[in-house]
Design a protein around this ligand. Structure first.
Ligand code: ADP
Ligand code: MG
Length: 486
């Protein structure tokens, strides 16, 4: 380790300013990790946050010879120049683990910088699980407190900040190592589905009748509008109700449904002589037109046979299972989620331990700031899964562009996320970020400028009491492939 400076006056147990040795201002950066050898006892691990350069001959508020030089475009003296850095204390590591530092840090105590071959995290104690690496040092893997995985995880950052990549490269492998089977709800079908062997498509999944009717009607252009649409919807509902059509392949199913509805229309619309009325003929024409618009592919979608039980069975066999939701409407996607969630909730209520993680990308679609219609049900469901999950080993991982407010996720859900990974945030989230990072020395404005793939690790799973900046490596070929496609 390299001595880079000493502790300045007015140090406390948790906050220190250091004065840098000549030239060291070129080596120390924001977020550099250092060790303070406290003259009052103990080794204090700390992180540099907020540097300052001082030259009393160059105060910008009073006139002085230095200012005169500067004004004239000449080089003022650097004799009175020095540099400092604020240190935020992580803890006392003199006993090989992180403990709260209780002693005043003595001014003049030496401060040493970790070099690349010296892993500061070796002082944290033995941790079998690690995630990513510290800032830009690839060999410093960041330790994780495994026992807090079922206390739920939030991954936040604007689009393109690297949330999905972080989950694919780091979180999912970590959850696997911790013994969790991971079920991914891939809203767009492009972030996870192409990269995992275990996947099922929306069309393989069994939908309830309500979802099937909505889907087919929307594909048929609702068979018209107003009263016509309502009447046709009712006919469709009636024809679907006995489930007979489900025993045919798509083509047969389409035919069976069509002739069933046609027969029903004709029976309902006869005059006294037994001839079909004019309205009857109009209905049949609408039916014909509407059915032309429903493709066999659409029928394939609603003929899925996989129930939540089989989905969980597949998950147990493959360990990571991605549900590709790209085909469905929003209502369909939420219905699929609800049916799996209900099943898992039921298992937990019967006191089964699950060891399952549910990864929900685009979480505001499920539990927005102010939920409406089906969203109310999904929001409530996620909240109760969180509550039960802590006891029965179900970990919820929610990804979102925003943290709070209109762009964020529902407050009741957010309160359940005890570990957060926060990447580049949206300016609307500055307030929320200030609260989350209070006293940590991280300037919320820095969060607006984080490069892609950088996240602050905050909360229970982090052994450090203060947030740490981490990053992770991706395989170059994938990065190229992705940006070429975008
Ligand atoms: N660790 C990383 N290193 C380098 N580039 C990254 C890293 N993580 C993500 N990226 C880049 O950022 C882009 C956006 O990542 P993505 O995970 O899709 O963002 P999000 O899900 O937040 O919208 C990726 O296409 C990739 O090129
Ligand atoms: Mg994404």
């Amino acid at each position: 380790m390299k001595v880079i400076g000493i502790v300045a006056s007015h140090a406390t147990e948790s906050r220190v300013t250091m004065i840098l040795n000549e030239g060291m201002e070129r080596e120390v950066e924001n977020e550099s990790l250092v060790l303070v050898e406290n003259r009052n006892g103990g080794k204090i691990l700390a992180v540099c946050r907020g540097g300052i350069g001082i030259n009393d001959a160059l105060r910008a508020t009073i006139y002085s010879p230095g200012v005169a030089y500067a004004k004239a475009g000449r080089q003022p003296s650097t004799a009175k120049e020095f540099f400092g850095f604020n240190l935020v204390v992580i803890g006392d590591v003199s006993r090989g683990r992180i403990e709260q530092n209780k002693r005043i840090i003595a001014p003049t105590s030496p401060v040493k910088l970790f070099e690349e071959h010296e892993d500061p995290f070796s002082y944290f104690g033995p941790y079998s699980l690690k995630i990513g690496h510290y800032k830009d040092v690839v060999s410093w893997k960041v330790p994780v407190r495994e026992e807090y995985i079922p206390f739920h995880i939030g991954v936040f950052g604007v689009t393109g900040s690297g949330k999905s990549f972080f989950c694919r490269y780091e979180l999912i492998p970590l959850l696997r190592k911790a013994g969790y089977d991971v079920l991914v709800f891939d809203w767009k079908g492009s972030d996870y589905a192409p990269y995992f062997d275990g996947k099922i498509s929306m069309r393989d999944i069994e939908l309830d009748d309500e979802a099937i009717i909505s889907y087919l009607c929307s594909k048929a252009g609702n068979f018209g509008s107003g009263k016509m649409a309502d009447t046709m919807r009712a006919y469709l509902e009636e024809a679907l109700s006995d489930g007979e059509w489900k025993s045919y392949p798509p083509e047969g199913a389409k035919e069976v449904l069509y002739s069933k509805i046609k027969r029903a229309i004709e029976e309902d619309n006869r005059d006294k002589q037994g001839n079909i009325t004019q309205w009857g003929r109009i209905y049949v024409r609408r039916l014909e037109k509407g059915f032309k618009r429903i493709t066999l592919d659409d029928f394939e979608t609603v003929l899925g046979k996989m129930g939540p039980e089989q989905i969980v069975e597949r998950l147990r066999a493959q360990h990571v299972l991605v549900i590709d939701m790209s085909l469905g409407s929003k209502e369909q996607k939420l219905s699929v989620f609800l049916s799996v969630a209900r099943y898992l909730k039921d298992l937990m209520e019967k006191k089964n331990r699950l060891n399952v993680a549910l990864l929900i990308d685009e979480a505001p679609q499920y539990c927005p700031y102010s939920p409406r219609d089906l969203e109310e049900e999904t929001t409530e469901m996620i909240t109760s899964l969180c509550a039960l999950g802590r006891t029965y080993g179900l970990s919820m991982i929610l990804l979102s562009q925003g943290i709070a407010g209109e762009i964020g996720i529902n407050a009741a859900v957010r309160r359940n996320l005890n570990t957060l990974f926060i990447g580049r945030i949206h300016p609307l989230d500055l307030d929320e970020a200030s609260k989350l990072f209070a006293m940590s020395g991280v300037e919320p404005e820095n969060l607006l400028r984080l490069p892609e793939g950088h996240f602050y690790f905050v909360g229970k799973m982090n052994p450090s009491p203060i947030p740490l900046l981490l990053s992770f490596q991706i395989r170059e070929d994938e990065k190229v492939g992705r940006s070429a496609g975008a």
